[in-house]
Design a binder for this molecule. Structure first.
Ligand code: SF4
Ligand code: SF4
Length: 348
């Protein structure tokens, strides 16, 4: 058996969360009103691992909606104290589409000038992914490179897969294996358990019906269709609300603001999520705005994910999670837009 794995009975998941909580802050998907949200798992809270998607992806634990970067105080000069994130955190129940998005974040916030705030959090974070079993009509992960309802040997510290009354727990890192060292929770996995996982993944793949055809040809297709009339038609519906970007697991834009106290001596420098769909996003000095009209902004979002990202990183900036489709208040759906331009259908 190549893969290192154990079995966790579903009835023991909460016991496991409780022992992890002794040394970590543990987050997981919890049902709240009509949706699932990643929340800190406190005593007595039930985590739900069979869910389709959370409204806000787990990116918020690595790149929070609002984050204090430095606190400053003016004395003789300027004294600044950068924020240091030191708590250890576990994100339990991360779907493969969101785990792949975290790999995208690692690239965006890495490189020659790594973002210290991101990496402070990232290096203190353990990802416990879960193979998706309940995709819905908005998921289209099967169209994209290296996607689908499970992960192959990377992107996680531990990977859980529902195999009936238990989860198969596969190990992806040393940090992950340390979370399996608790007495009485885990049993040895057998070949039979591995086959049960493979079968479950095959069944889930069949349920993902939405698709983007000819993904390798997407870059050139978009390039040739920038002026297609479908864009103007769809733009008429867009409210420029920014929801599609805030819920997107790969969107990372932010702006930085200084908040001075009334004494004009102390303050905070804070970064806050931003959205390319808002009118002032591309505004620069003297009031010039590079994407003043809505059509340019709508196209920017989709071209950035599906074409420009390929030029920059050789991959797509979309993991097929379906959030921008589900949460857009104007029913704008990029898979439908592409299908209309191509004359295709979005469902298999
Ligand atoms: S596409 Fe939808 S979610 Fe995005 S800005 Fe327009 S109306 Fe809002
Ligand atoms: S562009 Fe839409 S489907 Fe793709 S990752 Fe972002 S929210 Fe998910």
């Amino acid at each position: 058996m190549e893969r290192e794995a154990v079995i966790l009975k579903k009835s023991k998941v909460n016991d496991w969360v409780n022992v992890m909580r002794e040394d970590h802050t543990v987050y997981g998907p919890v049902k709240y009103k009509y949706d699932y949200h990643f929340k800190e798992l406190e005593p007595g809270m039930e985590v739900t691992l069979e869910y389709t998607r959370s409204m806000i992806p787990p990116k918020k634990f690595l790149h929070p909606q609002e984050e204090n970067l430095i606190t400053y105080r003016r004395n003789d000069g300027m004294e600044t104290t950068p924020t240091k994130f030191e708590q250890k955190q576990v994100i339990l129940g991360v779907h493969p589409c969101d785990a792949r998005a975290i790999e995208v974040y690692d690239e965006i916030f890495g490189g020659d000038l790594p973002d210290v705030y991101y990496w402070n959090r990232r290096n203190n974070t353990i990802i416990i992914a879960v193979t998706c079993t309940v995709p819905d009509e908005n998921c289209f992960c099967m169209s994209l490179d290296e996607s689908g309802p499970t992960l192959e040997k990377k992107g996680y510290d531990l990977l859980l897969t529902d195999i009936g009354d238990s989860y198969l727990v596969e190990v992806g890192s040393m940090e992950g294996s340390l979370l399996l060292q608790f007495e009485g929770l885990f049993e040895k996995a057998t070949e039979e358990h591995m086959h049960a996982k493979d079968k479950s993944v095959e069944v889930t793949k069949m349920k993902v019906q939405r698709k983007i055809p000819d993904v390798p040809g997407l870059h050139d297709f978009l390039e040739h269709n920038y002026e297609n009339e479908v864009w103007a038609k769809e733009t008429k519906k867009c409210l420029s609300c920014g929801t599609c970007t805030l819920v997107c697991p790969t969107c990372f834009c932010y702006h930085v603001e200084d908040f001075n106290r009334f004494n004009l001596e102390d303050g905070n420098r804070v970064r806050i999520w931003d959205s390319c769909q808002l009118i002032d996003f591309a505004e620069v000095a003297m009031g010039e705005n590079f994407r003043k009209d809505r059509e340019a902004r709508l196209k920017w979002r989709i071209y950035h994910k599906l074409a420009y990202w390929q030029e920059q990183f050789g991959t797509l900036g979309c993991t097929g999670c379906g959030r921008c489709i589900q949460y857009c208040p104007a029913d704008i759906d990029m898979t439908e837009i592409l299908a209309e331009i191509r004359g295709d259908k979005v469902h298999a």
